[in-house]
Design a protein around this ligand. Structure first.
Ligand code: GUN
Length: 293
């Protein structure tokens, strides 16, 4: 069994991005600039956004944090999105989710110019992904494909089972894996909360990607000998073993599944660290106008 070290790969990618920023600077180009809109004071969102801003600093990007209180109106938020769409200094931006009840999340996502949609959540980017056009891809699927590439894990002709059909992870990942090309060309099944025969289907998979948000859902008896297992789960589960009283727990029962796998991602340190570097990569692509030429 080989452990997929997302932390190490993420750090290598950051070093590559730093080198690109240096080159841009040397050539007198514009430093990539990511903006983040944060509404309210949700604890998780505060941490995620702070980490995104920190990651920008680490690679030499410019970043801007734009805050609103949680009583912001839809109109105010949309006005800010339009302003950022038109601001030539900002290459890409995100609106951190979740948003308060009075805001129509989909309207906000659709207002983001596809060319600046660093999260890849706008339906234009999702649609372009579906038909194989260059697009911004949401950070977690982008990061998972990058891990498969860097570990040279063959996907062509393989049977991939994606557990979970979220718009952010399961759905786009299933599309990417079934597309024509290297580190794609797979046969893909998406399983979800209404699926029957989950265990039997998982047992046939060469590659399992677990993105359900159900701690330790994937057990050893659901995994074929030699399978590749990618764990996207990050649920905070109460634990007496940690100082914080919580343990970040994946969707895979790691200890028993690992013994059967050819490759497996740990939690933490697997897919998680790839998510932020993928956002940085999207920002760089936006700055270099590589998706929409
Ligand atoms: N909330 C949880 N994950 C994400 C993400 O990747 N992007 C945004 N904008 N909000 C999130």
């Amino acid at each position: 069994m080989k452990l997929i070290d997302g932390k190490k790969i993420a750090s290598e990618i950051k070093t590559e991005i730093v080198a690109e920023v240096e080159l841009i600077k040397k050539n007198g180009g514009k430093i990539p600039h990511l903006a983040a809109i944060l509404v309210g004071h949700d604890g998780g969102s505060e941490i995620y956004v702070a980490n995104k801003v920190k990651a920008c600093e680490e690679v030499g990007f410019k970043s801007s944090l734009i805050r609103f209180e949680d009583d912001v109106t839809q109109q105010e938020l949309l006005a800010k999105v339009h302003e950022l769409n038109l601001n030539n200094d900002i290459d890409g931006f995100i609106v951190q989710l979740p948003l308060p009840k009075q805001i129509n999340k989909q309207k906000v996502i659709e207002a983001i110019a596809p060319q600046k949609d660093a999260d890849g959540f706008n339906p234009v980017n999702i649609g372009r992904t579906v038909i194989g056009l260059p697009s911004f891809v949401s950070a977690t699927p982008f990061g998972i494909i990058e891990l498969l590439k860097r570990y040279k894990i063959e996907t062509s002709g393989k049977y991939c089972v994606v557990l979970g059909r979220s718009n952010i992870v399961g759905r786009p990942l299933s599309i990417l894996l079934s597309q024509k090309g290297k580190f794609a060309d797979a046969t893909v099944t998406v399983l979800h909360s209404r699926s029957n025969n989950i265990k039997e289907i998982c047992c046939m998979a060469d590659i399992i990607i677990a993105a359900l948000g159900q701690p330790e859902f994937v057990k050893a008896n659901m995994v074929k000998e030699g399978a590749v297992v990618i764990d996207v789960g990050t649920t905070r589960v109460k634990s007496e073993l940690t100082k914080s009283g919580f343990k970040l727990t994946g969707d895979v029962k790691f200890d028993e599944v690992a013994t059967k796998c050819s490759f497996i991602t740990p939690v933490p340190g697997g897919v998680g660290p790839m998510t932020i570097v993928s956002l940085l990569k999207n920002t760089l692509l936006a700055a270099k106008k590589e998706i929409y030429k």
